[in-house]
Design a protein around this ligand. Sequence first.
Ligand code: SAM
Length: 291
Amino acid sequence: MQLKPSLTAAISRLTADHVPSPRLNAELLLMFTLNCDRAYLHAHPERELTAAEQSRYQAALAERVRGVPAQYIAGHQEFWGMDLIVTPAVLIPRPETEHAIETVLDLASPSVGRALLPANSPHLRIADVGTGSGCIALALAKELPQAEIHATDISPAALEVARANAARHQLESRIHFHETDLLTGLPPETFDFIVSNPPYVGESEEDQVQLDVRKFEPRNAVFAGPTGLEVIARLIPQAHAALRPGGWLILEISGTIAQQVQDSLQSWNDVFLIPDLQSIPRIARARKPPR
Ligand SMILES: C[S@@+](CC[C@H](N)C(=O)[O-])C[C@H]1O[C@@H](n2cnc3c(N)ncnc32)[C@H](O)[C@@H]1O
């Protein structure tokens, strides 16, 4: 069968099975099957698919109909302009997490953050807690070439993916990976920035979480415990200990826990909640008081 009718049939199949964004999914999976970009799909509508390609495409579509996210089937997701490997061991990086990167970059800009660095500090030190695919650590390593970056995760399988992504983008020498619980074992009063997209969904909210997320994304990446605050509640004091005075904590959060997170940061300075594009509080930032 030719490419165009294959794509049309796939869109019909995904639509019939109530898969959201059927065209996007059908195109993504065909791009994965043929190892090509979207421009190629549109430039070669008459290209014949080989029997092997047809069967790979049908298998990928069947996985998607079963609910497996297209990113796990294709094994890739774009984040901050980088193509990242994703496997079911890691959360699929979300666009809203880019707000965490923007927040760090704003605060680290020469006019704002660098001026706050102590005179004896040769470069920024940054820790990404719960690195998953490594998306935050990699984006910051790419944008801040002088920074020393540390990335932690409790999951060895996730760290394997993060390391592979660092190697893929020639950033492996820039990021120190640590298999640990939050910031355990990292030196005190060291970091200028601690940034994290921690698990923050409460088990009590499980019904409101998309079925595909619940079924296929790692549970310990999504759910923090009964209320959603459990990991953040442990991370805030650990971050306080690991930041140097005047250093910044930047957390991705949800609207559900925003008020409690703000309350937990009462003893910090410059606490501010930053909304995402849907006006939901998405980032909490706070500064450890200077000595
Ligand atoms: C929401 S995911 C974020 C992944 C990635 N940073 C991102 O933004 O896509 C949370 C990550 O935290 C890790 N994690 C969960 N509990 C942890 C803990 N106690 N210590 C370190 N990492 C933890 C999970 O393995 C997962 O990779």
